[in-house]
Design a binder for this molecule. Sequence first.
Ligand code: MN
Length: 506
Amino acid sequence: MSDINKFAHLEIWFVTGSQHLYGPEALKKVDEHAKVLVDSFNAAGSLPHKVVFKPVLKSSAEITQFAIDANSCPNCVGIVAWMHTFSPAKMWIEGLQILRKPLADLHTQFNRDIPWESIDMDFMNLNQTAHGGREFGHIGARLRLPRKAVVGHWEDKEVHERLAAWARAARGWYASRTLKLARIGDNMRHVSVTEGDKVSAQIRFGWEVNTFGVGDLVAKVNAATDAQVDALCALYEKNYRVAPELQKGAARHQSLRDSAAIEIGLRALLEEGGFTAFTTTFEDLHGMKQLPGLAVQRLMEDGYGFSGEGDWKTAALVRIMKVMAHGLKGGTTFMEDYTYHLDPANPLILGAHMLEICPSIASEVPKIEIHALGIGGKEDPCRMVFDCAAGKAVNGSIIDLGSRHRFLVNEVECVAPQQPLPKLPVARVLWKPLPDLKTATAAWIYAGGAHHTALSYALTSEHLEDLAEMAKIELSVIDEDTRLRCYKTELRLADLYYHLAQGIQG
Ligand code: MN
């Protein structure tokens, strides 16, 4: 089992801003109150990471040093800043300009209520987020700083939820900045949407995307020992419903052994290189017995990002969304819009892939089966077959528009299978896109979204919005409020904005 999902060491830093004007007594109170907030967040366990208290900042020099410290601490994935008092924001310019960690602007007040009977100017001077926070907001806007503003009392459950979503996005951003992706084979020939500029992507997202010849994988597959293969086949029989013909001693058991060897080889290649995402392509399988199906599903189940046909952008997004969703209920997978059900009474999209859907979204214990595959010209591949649960989900696609990236998201409602699909030997999911199939699909087409997506039952548009903010890319959400005429205008305005905002960079 890989350790790619170890995140317990990551931290959120909590800092307050103030100034010397208030005197040591008031500043001591600010620190005391900040500690109460930090302890409360940690005790509630509502954020996915430990919140670490940092002493109140009172000058430009302290703020700048804080930013340097945050930038150079690899475990710090984000900063929550609170202006309990008034912190003149010109002091923040240098620090915020160099800060490279995601920022949440917590606009809260220590006292929830105004103490009507006892309120005096001392109380007012200490509890002045209402204007101190606006000063901080101003400098964020002036610097065009990516950030999330969270407003409300710190004990308010909704404040915890907004911060938790941001913290998950911050963890995803950390995964993005450290992501190494192995491409085994190139892009599917002639396909456009899966292409892109890997240099731009590394500048924007931090992804290291490098290619390996399939021979590098074949060597590792061939190095799998009988003992390793025996153990993995036994694990398959224990954890999944293996088809009788594939079980030990049965006629096609060798095919399961070949699949197991592929998993062992692929896992070794990824672990040795420190990769957290990968792609394969059916057009480059020289020396492989099967297209990797079961192996890819098993690796996605462990948290690796994957996409087929050399689609490295979707593979990276699957990995990032898996990191963001880790610990939440509901799975996250590589997905493809495959076939429509255009019954006007109940229009649906059937999502699947040739083989490679992650069992984290399965509604049942997956079956492991073997069937012919029409493309690739290899032996029949083993794969997990399952249906998926009903529930809300998001479908995400990052596309390369040549000069910039667009992050396209569609909110969808997954529905239970309408009928048995006895002759469809792949994992599959059915969904209704919001606001309806016609509008959502037209919007997706206008936006240029891919047929490949990362689908998650665990995440919401809010998580993905926070991530897009950190990456400073366009987020375009298709949801229940989408109206096509407005949507087309949104896309055109975004083109204009990002052209101006980004200029000649990237
Ligand atoms: Mn595909």
